[in-house]
Write a protein that binds this ligand. Structure first.
Ligand SMILES: Nc1ncnc2c1ncn2[C@@H]1O[C@H](COP(=O)(O)OP(=O)(O)OP(=O)(O)O)[C@@H](O)[C@H]1O
Length: 274
């Protein structure tokens, strides 16, 4: 399968002010980062705080340009945001004065090319897809956190992007809502075939959602390992796949990778300080 998203030897540097002398210096957020995501895959990315996970989303979304290397979507360099890529952030980012339906319709207005009634029925279809058909007329303040995030997902899916970029979208939700949204996301992914890159710092979430899990290391941020997750999702254990020994083995493997990385980073910092 061809890669829908390709990051090749990507580096990202920022100019930051030093804490002590206030002098401007370069901060290397990503260096030598390679990542291919084939069409139709759901890839999760885990890594320590500050390792550059959101920076990857910004680059693929076209919200920032890499300092070095290339970022391609469907073989074309990313030059800015585009309707071929939808983004869902941790904050709900809904317009408070628009209903759930109105928020989804707004995205379709921006896309253009649809009549008012087409926009209305498409928005409704995507609210149905995320299980919110009965809440179309509610305003954001009348929805729970999980519902708001489902509206945000419906909004991003409504203009049918080939790529959905999700930056800790369930991070602010309680554990139960989070688990049910993870399950819904898998259902949506299976129905739409959208390529999904999902950022999380939660190892269980990464294993549950990812058909592959990219594990990042920090300073500079790069992909240290990509783990293929081969779980029998349709077997007898499907109802509670998180409780299976296979799931626990993947969780432990990723935890160990992150732990080893954290220990060596602390040692380096201690050596630098000595
Ligand atoms: N515009 C910017 N200017 C300066 N530094 C930045 C900028 N954006 C990000 N950084 C730095 O780059 C590094 C990577 O940031 P990023 O937000 O991508 O990390 P992350 O892995 O998503 O972190 P978290 O899990 O805590 O959200 C961090 O050290 C951050 O402080």
């Amino acid at each position: 399968m061809s890669a829908r998203i390709q990051l090749d030897d990507v580096g990202q540097r920022f100019l930051v002010k030093g804490d002590d002398d206030k002098r401007i210096r370069e901060f290397v957020a990503l260096e030598g980062l390679h990542l291919d995501v084939p069409a139709g895959e759901i890839l999760t990315v885990v890594g320590p705080s500050g390792c550059g996970k959101s920076t990857i989303i910004d680059l693929v979304a076209g919200l920032a340009a890499p300092t070095t290397g290339s970022v391609l979507v469907d073989g074309h360099p990313v030059r800015g945001p585009g309707l071929d890529r939808g983004v869902v952030f941790q904050q709900y980012t809904l317009l408070p004065w628009r209903t759930a339906q109105g928020n989804v319709e707004l995205a379709l207005e921006a896309r253009g090319g649809l009549s008012r009634s087409e926009r209305r029925s498409k928005a409704r279809a995507y609210l149905d897809l995320v299980g919110l058909g009965d809440f179309a007329g509610r305003y954001p303040h009348e929805l729970s956190g999980g519902m708001k995030q489902r509206v945000a997902i419906a909004r991003s899916l409504s203009y049918e992007p080939s790529v959905l970029l999700m930056d800790e979208p369930f991070g602010a939700l309680d554990a139960q809502t989070r688990e049910s949204l993870q399950e819904e996301l898998i259902g949506i992914w299976q129905r739409t075939g959208t390529t999904i890159v999902f950022i999380t710092h939660d190892i269980e979430e990464a294993v549950f959602l990812g058909r592959r899990v990219a594990v990042m290391s920090a300073r500079p941020g790069r992909i240290s390992e990509v783990i293929e997750v081969d779980l029998d999702r349709n077997g007898a254990a499907y109802n509670d796949i998180r409780a299976t020994p296979e799931f626990a083995a993947y969780r432990h493997r990723i935890w160990s990778l992150l732990r080893t990385e954290q220990v060596s980073r602390v040692r380096e910092e201690q050596a630098d300080a000595a």
